[in-house]
Design a protein around this ligand. Structure first.
Ligand SMILES: NC(=O)c1ccc[n+]([C@@H]2O[C@H](COP(=O)([O-])OP(=O)(O)OC[C@H]3O[C@@H](n4cnc5c(N)ncnc54)[C@H](OP(=O)(O)O)[C@@H]3O)[C@@H](O)[C@H]2O)c1
Length: 167
């Protein structure tokens, strides 16, 4: 008899500044086209399921076209074909779909979901962009597992770093 193990990874995908800032005034305070392209490619090739907070979803619906989208919301009535998640923790605790899932923010959803994350795929941007929403503290419970060479584009210096959970 063959035993088949199915491991569904819960991965985070985010870009943060050196203070863990995610956005300012509901916008990204940086503009790095290659990071946006990488972001879109990763979601399409590595993942199929996406978990996103309602506020972030409203900012990026077209980017998510064609993906299997789960929206965290307690109040939203979507018009497009998405699946509603009313409780992020319960959803991830019971997550047993036969696919990996990318958690793509925003701040509230990252915070709620962090304890369930297996990997963090972060773009770490040098500098402080005076953000008003933040990625949760992660260096106590995650360790660096992979890092690409230093990146630079349009004056931005940044680093692609992956972390794995040590929980
Ligand atoms: N730098 C990056 O990589 C990155 C990535 C993503 C987002 N962002 C930025 O992050 C900002 C948005 O973050 P945010 O924290 O304000 O909003 P968010 O996390 O995108 O969405 C928050 C909403 O999600 C729902 N929600 C939150 N926790 C929930 C839970 N436990 N169960 C069910 N639903 C839950 C609620 O929706 P309802 O109000 O509908 O109930 C809540 O208002 C934006 O400015 C965006 O640009 C940055």
């Amino acid at each position: 008899m063959q035993i088949c193990y199915i491991i569904n990874m819960i991965r985070f995908l985010a870009a943060i500044d050196e203070k863990r800032g995610l956005a300012k005034g509901e916008k990204l305070p940086w503009s790095i086209p290659s990071d946006v392209s990488r972001y879109q490619e990763l979601m399409k090739t590595k993942g199929a399921n996406i978990l996103v907070g309602r506020k972030t979803y409203e900012q990026m619906t077209s980017v998510l076209d064609g993906l299997n989208v789960f929206i965290a919301t307690r109040s939203y009535n979507p018009t497009s074909k998405v699946i509603i998640v009313e409780n992020v923790k319960d959803f991830l605790r019971g997550y047993d779909l036969n696919k990996d899932i990318w958690v793509i923010g925003g701040a509230k959803v990252f915070e709620e979901a962090l304890e369930f994350a297996d990997e963090l795929w972060l773009t770490e941007i040098e500098g402080d962009y005076d953000c008003d929403v933040f990625f949760p503290e992660y260096k106590d419970t995650f360790v660096l597992s992979a890092e690409l060479e230093n990146q630079e584009e349009d004056g931005y210096k940044f680093h692609y770093r992956n972390y794995v959970s040590v929980k």
